[in-house]
Design a protein around this ligand. Structure first.
Ligand code: PRX
Length: 678
């Protein structure tokens, strides 16, 4: 049988391989448990057959794969419902996520490393085995139950650095049937409070401080600020970094150091088995309106999809070391740092630091990590790749990267130049580069070059192929065609197990946002191209969501934050192409009469501070342009198309038809003011 690295290079090669190789490769693919599908149907001989089967008979396909999870009670049907009614997966089946992610591996191979924790300071990594992780999960589950009085269905909010505490706590929630809502520990107190309130969380888990890139972040202080606005919270559990308890003051009886709860952590191990469609977690993400959406993911469907996508998209084999450098506060951290790898029984990296720390040697951190930890997979965002590329190849070449087999990219479109550098310099053309497209809503990867048939090439800078069970569809209002160099809104035709079930507290909004634009399909909000050969390429968001350094941000959120300034009359925020960040933030601001006389640089500082305090640091605009008006139609709608062109530096001639504007002269002054900014 071919070794997986060899297999990968065969698959990624353009060469035509003989039938024998194809058969060998297929056997290798089909030797994984997914082969159970081929046993069902002798016509399934290749990846493409398997893919076709998965979209034609999702019920059978996922039913077979569901055997790979441990169920307390068998499900009665694999899938019920459709997009318009809501979809349920593995109905009546009962399972527990922590049992699937920890216990079964701790029984099978207790000493296998579950988590490699790479702390902020290099050379300080810790290895946590499945047996150790199980102990930690049981301890935290007991603390949540006894100290936090957390019961099935309760919500627990997290404001934690990316580390084993966050992972073990999340799994502890699932162990007792509670729903976690992890809030990225870069969000402001306001943003944290609004998420806690929306979810109605009763317990918050945080740390006294976080240390990232050598900088200390006062997490507990931010939580204290947020909790002034959150009546539902009764308990705060605080992880004291390195066991040092003197950095913060606790508020009794609400706050507790986890380190003081050892005896509460020794309570009985109670496992709450939940129905497959019971929520596993809520994760907030930005949409085109101001209020972030709390997407709800199910237990059975999500877990199976994350595990299957993890194994197949990255061709993960036991013994590999998977290096996802995302933060646990985003969906990538949920699905490809935590749930996917752990459900599979993999060894997964948890990275606390940044790619540019520490100094000296700061630009080589990722690759030093690869060398020291012998990572087989590296999964990161194009923003970081573009940044590192700027510093030159020597920072990469300094370190041995021969352990690497697969390089992944996620979160935003990867430009051709960055893809080539990733492939040629980081991977030395020996790795397969997988550009993976997916969203918080989709649960895990939906489009990716792997898995693929052996003779299929991997093309630069596009996610290319749909994953099992995913039937992408481009909408062309004229032809409704799905192939042939078509560009348009990217939809998904049929339900898949990883898809979010709803928006917390707002199922109407869930239907409205995702299923009303192109019924009966799911609309992703992204545009895409499907080439003549049937390969998929993402063109970017089609709604008012922008992607800044791989972070999704609703322009309305930024407008809302700046609108709080007393001297601001109106704002409009758009994205513009940014060499490093992918997209930058461009804010157009109309001041009130009083504001026009005020000190602009002071207002600018205050506006930026508002964005930071209401949302997060990454929401601070790159440019703020003041103007007396905004381009509006006669019915009062802001024409963002025009603002986007102006932000990108377009002149009047490039703006297209402006005749529908209520006041076309606005455009001239906007262009003039834009020129003054650059
Ligand atoms: O616009 C797409 C972009 O990121 C959006 C989803 O953001 P979020 O829910 O935060 O999840 C990010 C991590 C999965 C998408 O709607 N996006 C994600 N991956 C890609 C991408 N755009 C282009 N290519 C990708 N590979």
């Amino acid at each position: 049988m071919l070794k997986s690295s060899r297999l990968v290079s065969l698959i990624s090669s353009n060469k035509q391989w003989g039938k024998q190789v194809e058969r060998t490769v297929l056997r290798t693919f089909l030797s994984t448990p997914i082969s159970e599908v081929s046993q069902m149907d002798p016509n399934i001989k290749s990846y493409k057959d398997l893919y076709n089967f998965s979209v034609e008979r999702p019920d059978v396909f996922w039913k077979i794969l569901a055997k790979r999870l441990e169920w307390k009670q068998e499900f009665t049907s694999a899938v019920e419902g459709d997009f318009s009614t809501g979809v349920k997966w593995f109905v009546d089946g009962k399972l527990n996520a922590s049992v699937n992610c920890v216990d079964r591996h701790a029984v099978q191979d207790p000493n296998r490393t579950a988590i490699i924790f790479e702390k902020d300071e290099p050379n300080q990594h810790e290895l946590i085995s499945y047996a150790e992780l199980k102990k930690l999960v049981c301890k935290y589950a007991s603390i949540l139950r006894t100290v936090g009085n957390v019961k099935k269905g309760d919500r627990v909010a997290f404001y934690l650095p990316c580390g084993p505490t966050a992972i073990a706590m999340a799994l502890a929630c699932t162990r007792i049937g509670a729903i976690h809502s992890i809030v990225f520990a870069g969000f402001s107190a306001e943003a944290l409070a609004s998420r806690i309130n929306d979810a109605g969380a009763t317990v918050v888990v945080t740390a006294d401080i976080a240390v990232r890139g050598g900088r200390t972040l006062e997490l507990k202080k931010i939580v204290d600020e947020a909790l002034k606005l959150t009546p539902s919270v009764t308990t705060v559990l605080v992880d004291a970094r390195d066991g040092v308890k003197s950095r913060v003051k606790l508020q009794h009886p609400r706050d507790h150091f986890l380190q003081d709860l050892e005896s509460e952590g020794k309570g009985q191990d109670v496992i709450e088995y939940v129905e497959s469609n019971d929520p596993l977690f809520i994760l907030y993400t930005s949409g085109s309106t101001g209020k972030p959406k709390g997407l709800v993911h199910s237990t059975g469907g999500y877990l199976l999809y994350a595990m299957t996508a993890f194994e197949n998209v990255f061709q993960y084999k036991l013994g590999d070391k998977f290096g996802c450098v995302a933060d646990i506060g985003w969906i990538t951290g949920h699905s490809l740092l935590m749930y996917g790898p752990l459900a599979f029984g993999a060894t997964t990296l948890c990275f606390e630091s940044t790619p540019v720390y520490p100094n000296p040697g700061r630009i080589g951190r990722y690759w030093e990590l690869v060398e020291r930890l012998q990572l087989t997979h590296f999964y990161g965002a194009p923003t970081a790749i573009r940044l590192l590329m700027k510093y030159g190849d020597e920072w990469v070449k300094k370190y041995d990267r021969s352990s690497l087999k697969i390089l992944g990219s996620v979160g935003e479109p990867i430009n051709h130049e960055a893809w080539v550098w990733y492939n040629d310099v980081v991977g030395e053309k020996k790795c397969t580069v997988v550009d993976t497209w997916w969203q918080t809503e989709t649960g895990c990867v939906c489009l990716a070059p792997l898995p693929s048939a052996p003779n299929d090439p991997v093309l630069p800078a596009m996610p290319m192929r749909p994953f099992y069970g995913i039937k992408p569809k481009l909408i062309d209002p004229k032809t409704d065609a799905t192939t042939g160099s078509l560009e348009g809104p990217l939809c998904i035709e049929k339900p898949w197990p990883g898809m979010a079930q709803s928006i917390w507290n707002d199922s109407g909004r869930f239907q409205e946002v995702y299923f009303k634009d192109y019924p009966p399909y799911y609309f992703s909000g992204d545009g895409a191209i499907c080439t003549k050969d049937g390969y998929w390429k993402i063109t970017g968001r089609m709604d008012d969501v922008i992607n800044v350094t791989g972070h999704r941000l609703g322009t309305a959120e930024v407008e809302c934050a700046m609108g709080k300034h007393a001297l601001v009359s109106e704002t409009a925020v758009v994205g513009f192409p940014h060499e490093l960040k992918g997209e930058g933030i461009f804010a157009f601001v109309v001041l009130k009469e009083d504001g026009k006389k005020a000190d602009r640089s002071k207002i600018e500082k205050e506006l930026k501070a508002l964005c930071k305090s209401q949302i997060a640091g990454y929401a601070i605009p790159d440019y703020i342009l003041y103007n007396d008006g905004l381009p509006k139609t006669r019915s009062g709608k802001i024409m963002r198309r025009i603002l986007r062109k102006i932000a990108a530096g377009g002149n009047v001639e490039e703006l297209g038809d402006v005749s529908t504007l209520a006041d076309p002269s606005v455009v001239k002054s906007l262009v003039k003011n834009r020129q003054k900014l650059s």
